[in-house]
Design a protein around this ligand. Sequence first.
Ligand code: FAD
Ligand code: NAD
Length: 467
Amino acid sequence: MQYDVTVIGSGPGGYVAAIRCAQLGLKTALIEKYSTFGGTCLNVGCIPSKALLDSSEHFYNATHTFKTHGINLKDLSVDLPQMIKRKNEVVEQTTGGITFLMKKNKITTYQGVGSFVDKNTIKVSKAEGAEETISTKNVIISTGSKPTALPFLPIDKSRIITSTEALNLPEVPKHLIVIGGGVIGLELGSVYARLGAKVTVVEFMDGIIATMDKTMSKELQKSLTKLGFDFLLSHKVTGASVKGKKVTVTADSPKGEKITIEGDYCIVAVGRTAYTEGLGLDKIGIQLEERGKKIPVNDHLETPVKGIYAIGDVVRGAMLAHKAEEEGVYVAETIAGQKPHMNYNLIPGVVYTWPEVASVGYTEEQLKEQGKKYKSGSFPFKASGRARASMDIDGLVKVLADAETDELLGVHMIGPRAADMIAEAVVAMEFRASAEDIGRICHAHPTFTEAFKEAALAATENRALHI
Ligand code: FAD
Ligand code: NAD
């Protein structure tokens, strides 16, 4: 078979790239080694984690806040197998949706491992040793990432686990140890903390969600501490061992003391590594970058080999599903001869804890580092009528604007529905709005979005109306 484009890997980067290629009239093939489409995101990432986050939040509210709302329930209990079954059904429906989209867009799909024979020939190795070879003018590599392992800490997938196993635990842990205070650790830690587990996070840095604005990190730590999290910050994990049902993690404290933590499960969530195994990149002379072992690409996401592109987690930048999707569209349009554009500074980042954290643009720390003159305004959710009505008063919105032009430079939110609210800030910043623009736009009352308007007013001339 001869294709215009062959996409290797069907995660949010790959399947979206394939759809856009097909929309643009390119004859497109998609190769996926796994039995369902959707990659990490749909199978073992974004979608299943959010399904469990929602279920566990319902349980938490039923046990902790319903009474205050005037709703009395008796004999509440967690049926974890049912919670996981519902999560699996959500995954099945979602991955099934991609199969439908591939057919609808007349994309030819192959199940097997895709590897390069040469730059225009891809071999698909199938389960029972069968092989098929296809010819292609262009290739989009979107093979994603896998959990990073610590060399001194073997993952047994039973007690010392990655996010993948954490989505399918047989029981609610009594004491869950999480190595890494990043997005995965805090989201999956939240799931089990809400279901009753004690959660201890051991983090190497001096704060959690270390790449986000420091105010967000501090506020989230406060909220998660209320939920029952313990944080061991600036701690260097040195090892872990399993004996029966017990996991023992060892770490060095900031004072150099050797400490041990005992629990029944330990999630290792210290980042993800680009996945390129089995691709045969050596056959086309592509060498991985020294740092991060990622596939090197230029500004147009083309590798050093003409006609071979790479997108998503396997290339530089944030490891986010929506970043992978945008890159998929970008490359498809580039191959079709268009001149697309991507603004990497305006890719929002979200942490789906409760309260949620969402950010776009520069953090205050980055602006200081750049020596940029900026103004800052913030508004706490406890001053929002909507937040009080729903008992979601933790958190705030922080707006950073250029001191001279008033242009929005960064928006950081921690609070109810921040994940959805950040979209307004992304749109505003794409159109290069000023803080005053947001302050002068009518926001429906009562909504959580009013907090963004108020924070923008606070940044404009300290003109917030409700604080
Ligand atoms: P992937 O989704 O990793 O897909 C790569 C695909 O390529 C896989 O299906 C793999 O089987 C296939 N493949 C690999 N090699 C070959 C080969 N040689 N031949 C054929 N197929 C191959 N991001 C968010 O934006 N929001 C979230 O809420 C979020 N939550 C997450 C929660 C968890 C627990 C995890 C682990 C990740 C989460 N992420 C989230 C990150 C997100 O999943 C990734 O950024 C995203 O999936 C990357 O997309 P991708 O297309 O680059 O690769
Ligand atoms: P991460 O990079 O977000 O966090 C890893 C944390 O582990 C960091 O804080 C780091 O300092 C810490 N760490 C590293 N080595 C350590 C050690 N030896 N001891 C203690 N701490 C150590 O990585 P993650 O949480 O594994 O997530 C991986 C990727 O998946 C991220 O890039 C993220 O973008 C993506 N993801 C996104 C979402 C979302 O968008 N909501 C959700 C889950 C995952």
